[in-house]
Design a protein around this ligand. Structure first.
Ligand SMILES: Cc1ncc(COP(=O)(O)O)c(C=O)c1O
Length: 500
């Protein structure tokens, strides 16, 4: 009988390394494979998928093992990519002339398996999130365990162990005096929550004029309205909405790169703005040390120290957006540790669940939470439907445990050294402006925007998954990547960049 999602009654359904068809082919006898084939035919019939549409995908599914039934339907329907092209939005992609998308049917370790059987070494960690790689037994287990008790329950008027355990862990890990946790849905929402916390804090104190934000250029904080309003007005991709976004203050982006000698003049633009407008500024918001989607820039920890000092001097809250940098990416657990400072409000997301589910957190101090609760209306004005979703919380706790029990520091250091060496040949190319590496992030900045469709295809042809944007070709691989796979990534970047 057909059951939910997988094909459990098939003898091969429990196959662990389902992404390695060749290996499985060797391990199983012809008879076992024939059994599987019969089993699969039966299921396809039950699903009502005409055999004329099965094609060669049948054999691939046969060897991959646990292919979701719904996914299977898609694999066997000739039309699914046409449907995708005609109806499905992809991030920042035209619906009229969409860039090609690559069909992925499985992912395991550091490999993405394409529908045609090709396996790509992942150099993106699914946008900074999948730090442990894909299909980790520990994370799968945490989710299955949690499903047995409950997948979701509202957080209003109810609490549950998965959320509390995660909250405890986050407070333990983040720098004091952070000790209050607000769980929400995604990075952008965490930023909205942080902004609302800051504004409501001052409102509750009767300081209603303090409702503006101060940030730095080249920042990126997400795609929702509050978040867009503090993204760089040009590189932040939201220029089109500028007419309806609230206007905030933007200081120059830090000029001092990470590792460069500190130059005091670098903070002048920020210092001038905060001095002039602190009476109306509720909070400063910025990405610590690494500005991600706004330009992949790494800046001096001294800058961050000055920002903290100035916020204290002028009574302005400091929001650090660690959504991209959190959980070890820069070589420290949180990037603010490079500067030895702590924020008043901190946003976490992306790698929080090891890339398994959408979950984010906005953490703050007791001073802020008490401040908000002491004024009208006496509580914080936010409460999403999926706040504290038990599945997301369970997998987040398991991901944090996996990270802390792994030699993640050594791994990130090793990746850093290899990225420095592997990407260095790009520096001598005439059309390359800069090559920079920090922790498990390697960036090659060209002097012109890349031709996305062509470059993406070149990477896929070379067996790696790299998704450039604008002038930037960059990698932030899962921490578990081995030396050989990382060499494939860096070699592919050097080759593709040299062709540009
Ligand atoms: C620093 C930073 N903040 C916020 C976000 C938004 O997160 P999400 O895409 O989960 O909404 C991103 C996403 O790239 C980010 O890099």
């Amino acid at each position: 009988m057909l059951s939910f999602g997988f094909l459990p009654e098939c003898p091969w359904a429990a196959l662990e390394d389902n992404c390695y068809p060749e290996r499985n082919r060797r391990r199983f006898t012809k008879r076992a494979i024939d059994n599987r084939r019969v089993c699969l035919y039966r299921h396809m019939k039950t699903l009502g998928i005409p055999s004329t549409t099965w094609g060669s995908a049948f054999d691939r599914a046969l060897f991959y093992g646990q292919v979701p039934v719904e996914g299977m339907k898609m694999i066997f329907s000739e039309d699914w990519k046409t449907f995708d092209r005609n109806h499905m939005w992809h991030p920042y992609t035209s619906m009229r002339t969409p860039l090609p998308v690559y069909p992925v049917v499985a992912a395991k370790g550091v490999r993405l398996v394409l529908e045609d059987g090709r396996r790509l070494v992942d150099g993106m960690s699914s946008w900074w999130a999948a730090i442990h790689g894909y299909n980790r037994p520990e994370l799968n287990k945490a989710l299955k365990c949690q499903i047995r008790s409950m997948s979701h329950v509202m957080f209003g008027g109810i609490t549950h162990p998965a959320a509390v355990a995660l909250g405890e862990r986050l407070i333990e890990l983040t720098p004091p005096p952070i000790e209050m946790v607000f769980l929400c849905d995604s990075g952008s929402v965490a930023v909205e929550v942080a902004i609302k916390m800051a504004v409501q804090f001052w409102h509750a104190q009767g300081v209603v004029e303090k409702r503006k934000l101060l940030t730095i250029r080249s920042g990126y904080h997400g795609d929702t309205f509050g978040a867009m309003s503090v993204c760089d007005p040009v590189t932040g991709m939201h220029e089109i909405f500028s007419g309806i976004l609230p206007r905030h203050y933007f200081a120059d982006a830090p000029g001092c790169s990470f590792g460069d000698p500190w130059d005091e003049s670098d903070i002048v633009s920020f210092a001038d703005l905060i001095a002039a407008h602190h009476g109306e500024i509720a909070a400063v918001i910025l990405e610590p040390i690494v500005q991600g989607a706004g330009g992949m820039r790494f800046y001096s920890p001294e800058y961050l120290k000055r920002v903290r000092m100035l916020c204290d001097r002028y009574d302005v809250l400091l929001i650090l957006d660690e959504i991209a940098t959190g959980f070890g990416r820069t070589g420290k657990l949180f990037a603010c540790e490079h500067a030895g400072i702590s924020p008043d409000i901190m946003c976490l997301g992306k790698a929080l669940t090891g890339g398994y589910m959408s979950l984010a957190a906005t953490l703050t101090t007791r001073k802020v939470s008490e401040g908000i609760s002491s004024g009208m209306p006496g509580h914080f004005m936010h409460g999403p439907t999926f706040m504290g979703n038990p599945l997301s919380c369970a997998v987040a706790s398991a991901s944090i445990k996996l990270l802390l029990e792994s030699p993640w520091r050594e791994r990130v250091e090793t990746i850093e050294m290899q990225l420095k060496e592997g990407l260095s040949p790009c520096a001598s190319l005439a059309h390359v402006d800069d090559v920079r590496v920090l922790g498990a992030i390697g960036v090659v900045e060209l002097n012109h925007p890349v031709d996305m469709a062509r470059v993406q295809k070149r990477f896929v042809d070379k067996g790696v998954w790299i998704r450039p944007f604008g002038k930037l070709v960059y990698t932030m691989p899962p921490y578990i990547i081995g030396a050989r796979d990382l060499t494939r990534v860096t070699r592919a970047i050097c080759e593709v960049v040299s062709e540009e």
